[in-house]
Design a protein around this ligand. Sequence first.
Ligand SMILES: Cc1ncc(COP(=O)(O)O)c(C=O)c1O
Length: 367
Amino acid sequence: MGDVPLNDLGRGFAALEGELRSTVDEVLSSGWYVLGPQHDAFEREFAAAVGAAHCVGVGNGTDALELALLSVGCRPGDQILTAANAGMYTTTAALKAGLVPRFADVDPDTLLLTAATVEPALTAATKAVVVTHLYGRLAEVGPLRELCAGRGIPLIEDCAQAAGAVSDEGPAGSLADVAAFSFFPTKNLGALGDAGAVVTDDPERAALVRSLRQYGWSAKYTATVPRGRNSRLDELQAAVLRTKLPHLAGWNARRREIVGRYATALEHGPRRMVHGDAAGSPAYVGHLAVLRSPSRDADRAALAAAGIRTDVHYPVPDHRQPVLAEAAAGISLPVTEQAAAEILTVPCFAEMTDAEVDRVCHALAAL
Ligand SMILES: Cc1ncc(COP(=O)(O)O)c(C=O)c1O
């Protein structure tokens, strides 16, 4: 019996092989490979799915974050505020744009930013806040939006892990001023390569991102907007994403079901699934199944012995990353740091078999 993998993209491909091969064939013979009809249609379809007026396809999720930050008026030297437990992506985008990342701690139960954790970290110099819907759970954006709006600070959603999540307020990507998505292959909506998008209701912001993603052009070969670059969504990835989008809700439901089963398996011990309480909610899409354990390393070894693959998302908080060593020296984020020592990711992907889910449940219950 082989190990239960953390993810298996090959199964995702096999499940849609016929559709994917014919859509890719169509693009190959169309003779149009970048910013063509597939891209245009995906932008329309994804904007509609998110309930936003505009979607701008870009090369990846980190570019989407950087362009979102530029689109709200951030300039080199400006400070932005985000969480330090979300994989360094927003921080990387901020550094690339010449911004200064600052960090707020997260809620101890959800490991997400909240208005209560963000408020004490805001300063007069904060020019934007980025909230990450970590592991697929929507943050409570309403109070954050109010807090930021009251101080004239734009709020950006990082939806890379939350495509398809919907709260009472609306879908991921429609809850703040602008949102960034990644369609990296492991995401709930994943391309077959790198891809991303910026989503917003604001037509000027969308136009700015559209220009920035293509050399800062205002018209072909006329570079008008500073800080332009090449970050376009190609036709093959757009076609793949269009093929997959109608399946997203079903995949997300399966992911929720899996995390719900893990939460039940852990019920009688000290360990908890981080978002187990949300496993029945459409505001959660089970991107990563993360448990918290007071004995993470021993649990990891026991799961490995039972043939269950694991990983840690993420082991090094942003303010402890070597690249920020000097700038972040002396910063203390107790909840973030404690969580980094206790979190453990177990397998979760839509194509997991029931037998595999049973095996993981059995191993979790035996911890
Ligand atoms: C929360 C989050 N934000 C941003 C990104 C960056 O996306 P990409 O890898 O497409 O640059 C990722 C994933 O990689 C992510 O998980």
